[in-house]
Design a protein around this ligand. Structure first.
Ligand SMILES: N[C@@H](CCC(=O)N[C@@H](CS)C(=O)NCC(=O)O)C(=O)O
Length: 222
């Protein structure tokens, strides 16, 4: 049976969601984050040198890492229902774009935001904390937020004209993009300017497979 090494509140929700969409049997091994650092436990490093989640062990013992690569492997190993958009099909380039955009462009900014928000909360001499707070705020304001605003506009523009990432149908690209969209829409201000993006997120959340994945792996709650 396929085994998902699932870190609580993490990108591995994507894998559970995909497996639910594909209607496959699988086992979930849940790993809890360190409550202080929120990092993954050392047990994941025994499986893969980076110690990140998601990781998947296939029936033949092959270990898969990197959420986008895991999604791509699984949709090709299990071509029904068709969750890949294939070369030659309408929307193939859009499929590739959004599949890679999610981890390549959007996630790094969201992780940076998280890190800079956390810096002033870390252990430090009390007189340094206001300085750390000011620097973090400045980095977010001047470097990260303007870029996130551009991303919000890009996404809003796309989803005001398209219901899904590619090919006018639900695909693995929507699963890959859903996670950073959850993070973006749960943390951003100015969302009143992105009604189509919010409607898209709601379409994703309403999918029974999305909900079943949360039931099995716990809430995403970023
Ligand atoms: N690009 C990788 C990122 C993997 C990653 O950073 N996973 C996070 C979970 S969302 C993690 O394991 N964090 C815990 C840690 O860094 O210790 C992917 O998409 O699989």
């Amino acid at each position: 049976m396929i085994r998902v090494h699932h870190l609580a509140q993490s990108r591995s929700h994507r894998i559970l969601w995909l497996l639910e969409e594909l209607g496959l049997d699988y086992a979930v091994e849940v790993y809890d984050r360190n409550p202080r650092t929120l990092l993954a436990p050392p047990a994941l490093k025994k499986l893969h040198p980076l110690g990140k989640s998601p990781l998947v062990t296939l029936e033949d013992g092959t270990l898969l890492a990197e959420s986008g690569a895991i999604l791509e492997s699984l949709v090709h190993l299990h071509p029904e229902p068709a969750l890949a958009v294939e070369p030659g099909e309408d929307g193939w380039r859009d499929y590739l774009y959004w599949l890679h955009y999610a981890e390549g462009s959007l996630m790094p900014l969201l992780v940076m935001t998280l890190v800079f928000r956390r810096i002033p909360k870390g252990p430090m001499p009390f007189f340094i904390r206001p300085v750390a707070k000011a620097i973090s705020k400045k980095v977010i304001q001047t470097y990260i937020q303007p870029q996130l605003d551009d991303h919000l506009m890009l996404l809003e523009r796309w989803f005001s004209q398209n219901n899904w990432c590619a090919g006018n149908r639900f695909s693995a690209a929507d699963i890959q993009l859903g996670y950073p969209i959850e993070a973006l829409t749960s943390r951003s201000s100015g969302l009143e300017k992105a009604p189509s993006l919010l409607a898209y997120m709601e379409r994703l959340r309403q999918r029974p497979a999305y909900q079943e994945a949360e039931r099995k792996g716990g809430p995403i709650s970023l």
